[in-house]
Design a protein around this ligand. Structure first.
Ligand SMILES: [Zn+2]
Length: 123
């Protein structure tokens, strides 16, 4: 009985049993498969707590390069159900933002502004 419990918990925890493996969101993997996308780079990743239960979600900032475009497009993705079912899109440019992405992008933009101020030397 105890052995079964151990096996169950291992099956629920792929990170424990699979060793060297990265975590990739299915939608982000799909973007990389598009014929008009040349590359998908992860610019940053963080974890945001759920506001309503004990989950935590992976929030990823990606830079998607399109064929023929000079500048990559900044696109966010999240592992939460809301983003998965409502905000993700086949075209990364049409993907929306859940509250975890909004919380994280706010932090990241504030940090960018702060860096800007420090670089500019103004107050
Ligand atoms: Zn989310």
């Amino acid at each position: 009985m105890e052995l079964n419990t151990d096996q169950d918990s291992l099956m629920l925890s792929p990170f424990l049993v699979s060793g060297n493996v990265g975590f990739k969101l299915p939608a982000v993997a799909d973007w990389g498969e598009r014929s008009d996308v040349t590359s998908v780079d992860v610019a940053s990743a963080s974890v945001q707590p759920s506001g309503s239960d004990d989950h935590a979600y992976l929030v990823i900032e990606t830079e998607v390069s399109f064929d023929g475009e000079e500048e990559p497009v900044e696109v966010w993705a999240c592992s939460c159900p809301q983003w998965h079912y409502r905000e993700q899109a086949d075209d990364p440019r049409e993907a929306g933002e859940c509250k975890h992405i909004r919380a994280e992008s706010k932090v990241s933009r504030a940090q960018a502004d702060e860096d800007q101020v420090q670089l500019g030397g103004s107050d």
